[in-house]
Ligand binder design. Structure first.
Ligand SMILES: C=C1C[C@]23C[C@@]1(O)CC[C@H]2[C@@]12CC[C@H](O)[C@@](C)(C(=O)O1)[C@H]2[C@@H]3C(=O)O
Ligand SMILES: O=C(O)CCC(=O)C(=O)O
Ligand SMILES: [Fe+2]
Length: 370
């Protein structure tokens, strides 16, 4: 590539990342409501500033978490494996997914987080003491966002969404992910690590040799609120078909639309697929996520305002428990919402799949007859 004058250089990914909506929560309510609505429709993802969540609690969780992850493996393992709460290392979920990280999964319901971690380990009990205050604040923030969405969508009942999260039985989850620093040595020794020296406009979308911290997936819940330290790696997949790296900013919170929100809005919002590539820093990345979920028995189906004769319902009613079970029975990247489509799509082999499996042929025939 020839040398270009600086004003003509277009770092495409930096460009795309700068278009990702950043919403200032202290602005006028009706403006914020419209901005959130647009962001959920166009990206399924946005960043929040002036969100009002105290940095003091975040710093305490960060400090406790770093102390925990610095302990010897044998000690950390006493708090694992995560079933469903506790310490996990490299293994993600139950279906053989792995990533270059270690993590803590905790109950995200403020009233029971400490109680549930008590029998697991002393370390977890200490961390959950600080986490309970944070999840309380994040539950409040998630409810505010959902009320703003309800206003933007002109829903008859403006609390219909936030009630799902406010439920005392809410099945919210809290997670801290710790990505070890990238060892710089292989870059020199192993040409496969070319990613580090590549231009920013090609790296996220072309690279195949990068280190996967947390593989591509969508979150099954309603909304996820993510906060990280100043180490990058997080990317989300835009509706235009590009991976967009999000520059880390500890003062911002990232909001991610989950599968349940997609179903509630009858696909007006799409859950955002995202991943973490942990290959760019010699510092560890520490991220914390609050996954806002309803109670296990909550019934999910598209909101009546999202359905019309032009927009027929895309999902059969299901409970959050059923979707959660489906998520855990599939791989991390699985499209679990497809299992609840009111009219399953016809199966077609992709070019690599070649031969048509007789079972799928029979399935397609049945679908065509319905
Ligand atoms: C492979 C998996 C890990 C996961 C459960 C699943 O079977 C599919 C969804 C994954 C996910 C993504 C968002 C959250 O991090 C998480 C806790 C969740 O609710 O769904 C994880 C699950 C996990 O790590 O256990
Ligand atoms: O660690 C991160 O930054 C994101 C992880 C994530 O997407 C998840 O835990 O579901
Ligand atoms: Fe996620």
């Amino acid at each position: 590539m020839g040398v270009q004058p600086p004003n003509l250089v277009c770092k495409k990914e930096t460009c795309r990342a700068s278009k990702v909506p950043t919403i200032n929560l202290s602005m006028d309510r009706s403006v914020v409501s419209q901005q959130i609505l647009r962001a959920c429709e166009e990206y399924g993802f946005f960043k929040l500033i002036n969100h009002g969540v105290s940095n003091a609690i975040v710093s305490m969780i960060e400090e406790e978490s770093f102390d925990f992850f610095a302990k010897p493996a044998s000690e950390k393992q006493q708090a694992g494996p995560p079933n469903p709460f506790g310490y996990g290392c490299k293994t993600i979920g139950l279906q053989g997914d792995t990533g270059d990280l270690e993590y803590l999964l905790l109950e995200g319901n403020p009233s029971s987080v400490s109680q549930k971690s008590k029998p697991i380990s002393n370390d977890l009990q200490i961390i959950s003491g600080v986490v309970s205050e944070y999840v309380q604040a994040l539950r409040g923030l998630t409810c505010d966002i959902l009320d703003l969405v309800a206003e933007g969508l002109c829903l008859g009942d403006k609390s219909v969404l936030s009630r799902l999260i406010k439920d005392v039985e809410s099945d919210a989850v809290f997670r801290v992910n710790h990505y070890p620093p990238f060892d710089q040595t292989p870059k020199v020794l192993n040409p496969a690590h070319k990613f580090q020296t590549e231009d920013a406009d090609t790296s996220a979308n072309n690279d195949e040799s990068s280190r996967v911290g947390f593989g591509e997936h969508s979150d099954p819940q309603i909304l996820t609120i993510l906060r990280s330290n100043d180490v990058g790696g997080f990317q989300f997949f835009s509706q235009e078909g590009f991976w967009i790296p999000i520059p880390p900013n500890p003062a911002e919170l990232c909001v991610i639309v989950g599968d349940t929100f997609q179903a509630l809005t009858n696909d007006r919002f799409k859950s955002a697929r995202h991943r973490v590539l942990a290959n760019s820093s010699n510092k560890p990345r520490l991220s914390m996520m609050y996954f806002g979920a309803p109670s296990l028995n909550a019934r999910i189906c598209p909101l009546p305002e999202m359905v019309s004769s032009h927009n027929p319902t895309l999902y059969k009613p299901f409970t959050w428990c059923e979707l959660k079970k489906a998520a855990y029975s599939l791989r991390l990247a699985g499209q679990r919402l497809d299992l609840f489509n009111s009219k399953p799509k016809l199966w077609a082999p992709t070019p690599n799949e070649g031969m048509i499996d007789p079972i799928f042929e029979a399935w397609n025939l049945r679908l065509q007859k319905e």
